[in-house]
Design a protein around this ligand. Structure first.
Ligand code: GMT
Length: 375
């Protein structure tokens, strides 16, 4: 098949997922056309089945806000026509679903049909999409999609709760390439981070408010008296300065490293022991799944779709949002009991294997086959 994929090309979960999906489809022989404003960060391979079309947004002094959605819809029309695409798969509803609807209408006038699938990822529904300013367009464009998928049962329920959706939503859970995260730890790297064999905690996110990154610092501060530990903070975003400040205030700054955005997450995860994700909300928590694939138990909040990924007492622990004391207690419990830690590591890995890329890609292919014949 010839598939167009539209996503945010950044480190965010939706862009990572869409890019990994496109790469896997290309490996299976499909032609995949990425339509994005920048080369997706995870699109770091050469594959003759992968094409990348940059959306250029010409500016003009009149435009305080360059019309990205218009440029995107026009690029979609161009790529669909010139590369004879069979379908468009857009990730994150805003503004990708409405741009796809526009492209579909333009092509329909020319007698060319193009189905489009919208995958809902999280904040497009639970945060941004709900805003009154966007809601009518979001509802309309989701309903106009030829198929709708959500990355968790929780997100599906949230979507029906918050929008007047008249169509079925299929749940296709997020996936991870387990093989990629199944790395041998680099001892020298671990030694630099934890010279006295301290345990290593990791958090990775876009450091937005919803991630509660300050809770991560507090968890370390309260655990460190009971277990020698280091904390790696991966990613960047608006809350980072506050988290750095808090680490200094709580006197744990020498035990925390802020690594910024990193492409080689698998190397970092391979040397680490426990992953922390205290988010206010996660539709799924792709970072937690990647951690589990790297054999890391997860201490998370129980918000949103996290219980579909992280299993209480098996792959880690889940607590109420903001319950720093409970999270810290669980960190200590795991890090001071080597046998338990090892059992949880294996159980986390087994759970990640259920979401392995090879189990999930066929679900997308089956969905696509509803709209066009698979070659
Ligand atoms: O977490 C973010 O803010 C990034 C966001 C995105 O769209 O890139 O992530 C969402 O999609 C991911 C992939 O499906 C999910 O794993 C995240 O849980 C979800 N984030 C939220 O729901 C807050």
């Amino acid at each position: 098949m010839r598939i167009g994929i539209v996503c945010y090309p950044t480190f965010g979960g939706s862009g990572v997922l869409a890019t990994e999906l496109g790469k896997a489809l290309a490996d299976k022989g499909h032609s995949v056309h990425f339509i994005t404003y920048q080369q997706p960060v995870r699109l770091n391979v050469f594959n003759t089945n992968i094409y990348y079309h940059e959306v250029r947004v010409p500016t003009y002094p009149l435009f305080d806000y360059p019309p990205y959605e218009v440029a995107l819809a026009s690029t979609m029309v161009d790529v669909i026509r010139n590369h004879d695409l069979d379908l468009l798969h857009v990730h994150y509803a805003i503004p990708h679903a409405s741009a796809a609807y526009m492209a579909k209408q333009i092509l329909a006038k020319q007698g060319r049909e193009i189905p489009f699938i919208t995958t809902l990822h999280g904040t497009d529904i639970t945060l941004v999409g709900r805003d009154k300013t966007y809601e009518p367009v979001v509802t309309f464009s989701i309903n106009e999609s030829d198929a709708i998928t959500a990355v968790s049962d929780n997100l599906k329920e949230e979507t029906y709760r918050s929008f007047q959706i008249t169509k079925d939503i299929d749940v296709i859970h997020n996936f991870v390439d387990v093989k990629r995260f199944n790395k041998k730890p680099i001892d020298a790297f671990r030694k630099v981070i934890a010279p006295n064999d301290e345990k290593i905690l990791v958090h990775a996110s876009n450091f937005r408010k919803i991630k509660r990154v300050q809770d991560v610092i507090k968890i370390l501060a309260s655990a460190i008296d009971k277990v020698p530990a280091k904390l790696l903070m991966v990613g960047d975003g608006p809350e980072r300065p506050m988290a750095e400040e808090l680490a200094r205030e709580l006197g744990v700054d020498e035990h925390v490293r802020f690594l910024g955005k990193q492409e080689q997450m698998e190397e970092i995860m391979a040397v680490s022991d426990v992953f922390i994700l205290p988010s206010e909300y996660e539709s799924f928590g792709l970072a937690a799944l990647e951690a589990m694939a790297a054999r890391m138990p997860v201490i998370s909040s129980n918000a949103g779709g996290l219980p579909e990924v992280n299993i209480e007492g098996v792959t880690g622990y889940l607590t109420k949002v903001g319950d720093v004391a409970a999270m810290s207690e669980k960190v200590v419990e795991l890090l001071t009991n080597e046998d338990k830690l090892n059992i949880f590591k294996e159980q986390a890995y087994e759970q990640a294997c259920r979401f392995d890329i090879h189990n999930i890609i066929p679900k997308y292919e089956k969905l696509y086959s509803r709209f066009c014949r698979m070659e």
